[in-house]
Design a binder for this molecule. Structure first.
Ligand code: AMP
Length: 281
């Protein structure tokens, strides 16, 4: 595995790989790897000849007062895990390289970016779509793998890839969970023992929703209320949102029909955790 820091070097390596007929698979990450990230790398290996993983804690997607400074980082451990899970090139650009003095260009996806996490974190998705655009121009992948864990991000990335003719196949891989159901996240390390135990309610509330839907319930407010009452029963939980939407347009639904996304964001202490499920009704 090679580690590159320099943007121009990464670009010329990508050009060379393409010229030799290699298919480049790409996994963008902010590091502090867990099994969720590693599953994306292994998927990329299946789908391509050369796997590039980027490790960049992107300041543009953190708002003022968010956890950019405290976000967990461990490049040495990440490097070892990436190597063992199929990564051929680890790309670790610096903030000054990605956003030099005078940087002024941002990519904005309308509508999809202003609901759910976009409503609670203004500017977050502009930061995501901007960095993904830059990384695609640097890594020049044929296929890029994202996690279903960040469902809204996945939908938005599909949208820009199509709208801006990126020519990159976007693959969405399933959510990897801890054995008790908590979705793996780099931010789980912020949880204290009590919060960690209570955070399992996120997955439990999604399972409850699935159960109600399987029993024939189609009224979104009934399902949302059932989920909310499970979550608010936990001392440390503070709901940001519990939403039921069309899985393609992110329009909120009153009555469930078609492919639906049930998404939630809940704070436990200083950790803001998200989870979701997609179902067809
Ligand atoms: P992050 O480092 O948190 O920006 O995540 C990098 C990629 O890993 C994104 O595409 C995430 O959706 C994905 N990811 C994060 N957590 C999980 C998980 N538990 N299961 C599957 N994919 C995940």
């Amino acid at each position: 595995m090679r580690t590159l820091i320099d943007i121009v070097e990464m670009q010329s390596m990508a050009d060379g790989l393409r010229k030799q007929g290699n298919r480049i698979g790409f996994v963008p990450t902010m590091g502090f790897f867990h099994e969720g990230h590693l599953s994306l790398m292994r998927k990329a290996k299946e789908l391509s000849d050369v796997v590039v993983v980027s490790l960049f804690v992107n300041p543009a997607q953190f708002g003022p007062g968010e956890d950019f400074e405290e976000y967990p980082r461990d490049e040495e451990r990440d490097s070892m895990l990436a190597m063992k899970n199929g990564c051929d090139v680890l790309f670790v650009p610096g903030v000054e390289g990605m956003y030099p003095k005078g940087y002024a260009t941002y990519v904005q996806v309308n509508d999809l970016s202003t609901v759910l996490c976009g409503a609670s974190r203004p500017g977050h998705f502009q930061g995501v779509t901007t960095v993904v655009t830059k990384l695609f121009n640097i890594v020049k992948p044929h296929v890029a793998i994202f996690g279903q864990k960040d469902a809204q991000q996945a939908i938005i990335i599909r949208r820009i890839a199509e709208d801006l003719n990126y020519g990159v196949d976007i693959v969405i891989a399933p959510i990897v969970r801890e054995s008790d159901g908590l979705a793996m996240s780099s931010r789980n390390m912020y949880l204290n023992r009590k919060e960690r135990a209570e955070a399992v309610v996120l997955h439990q509330s999604l399972l409850e929703a699935e159960k109600l839907i399987a029993a024939g319930e189609r009224r979104a407010h009934v399902i949302r209320e059932a989920m909310k009452s499970l979550i608010t029963a936990k001392d440390s939980a503070r709901i940001d949102y519990v939403s039921i939407l069309d899985a393609d347009t992110l329009q909120p639904l009153d009555l469930l029909q078609g492919r639906i996304l049930i998404a939630l964001a809940v704070r436990f202490g200083k950790a803001r955790l998200i989870d979701n499920t997609i179902m067809t009704c």
